[in-house]
Design a protein around this ligand. Structure first.
Ligand code: ADE
Length: 260
């Protein structure tokens, strides 16, 4: 569609002086765990979080997601958000003034909460971090692109940097969805009664034991007899020893910390 088509039928065209972010304000669900995402790609949210358990919980108002288009805080006709790095170097850096405006604006519209910047330089995301996050009112999550963001913004807003692993993604959006999934499923009532977080991997510092279901024999392999014995005590100790063996073999780093 060209520009002429766009204005076709309108009596007049007036510039709207309100930033886009204010026009698109979604209502706040008071007291409900809230994630505010600042991103250049608001359309990729809720993404995977809109499906399955997290998606149902979002629809049911058990948590809320507010996206903010960083471009609407950009500078000039082109709503520029980045510039060349001071001192030279490859790529572009997200501007402090643009990010500062976005962060101040979003912070003012919600309960106080941590500001997190998804970054490969950050502290690794662990189950403990997700548990801690769920206890608060939520988080403002900044998704970077390009070479990173101006350090002054990190210092000024005391932003916490969080990484989802030692590899570099093209931007923070996927990482934010990973962190939110790990967090939102811990909100009371998001998982059904039958989906427990108590026995899953990392909840006790160990990996989860192996699981089996029907058929009782598959490709010549039987389900371990103890699981069919009906002896709850024996089943529990089998699960524990399997967890310990798996952790020792697959994750010696976790095993060292566990010290049975
Ligand atoms: N952005 C780019 N890479 C990332 C990573 N590994 N974790 C979090 N955010 C990122």
């Amino acid at each position: 569609m060209n520009k002429e088509n766009l204005s076709h039928g309108r009596k007049s065209i007036r510039a709207n002086i309100k930033p886009r972010a204010l026009i698109e304000e979604q209502p706040d669900l008071m007291g409900v765990w809230r994630a505010d995402i600042i991103t250049l790609f608001p359309d990729v949210f809720p993404g995977i979080l809109g499906s399955s358990l997290t998606g149902k919980a979002l629809k049911d108002g058990k948590w809320q997601l507010h996206t903010h288009d960083l471009r609407s805080y950009g500078i000039g006709k082109h709503r520029s958000v980045d510039d060349t790095p001071a001192g030279g170097g490859a790529g572009m850096v997200m501007r402090a003034d643009v990010l500062g405006r976005a962060l101040s604006d979003v912070s003012q519209r919600r309960e106080p909460c941590p500001i997190i910047y998804m970054s490969p330089r950050g502290k690794p995301l662990l189950q403990e971090r997700a548990k801690k996050m769920v206890d608060g009112s939520g988080a403002i999550i900044l998704c970077g692109r390009f070479e990173g963001i101006d350090q002054r913004v990190i210092d000024h807003f005391q932003i916490e940097e969080v990484s989802i692993g030692d590899y570099v993604l093209s931007g923070g959006e996927l990482a934010a969805q990973v962190m939110l999934d790990a967090t939102v499923r811990l909100i009371p009532g998001v998982l059904g009664n039958h989906e427990s977080t108590e026995e899953e991997s990392f909840s006790n510092g160990l990996l989860e034991y192996p699981q089996y279901t029907r058929p009782s024999v598959w490709e010549g392999q039987e389900i371990p007899k103890v699981l069919m014995s009906g002896d709850h005590g024996k089943v529990a100790s089998w699960k524990k020893s399997q967890s310990e063996l798996l952790t020792r073999d697959l994750r010696p780093d976790l095993w060292t910390k566990y010290e049975p």
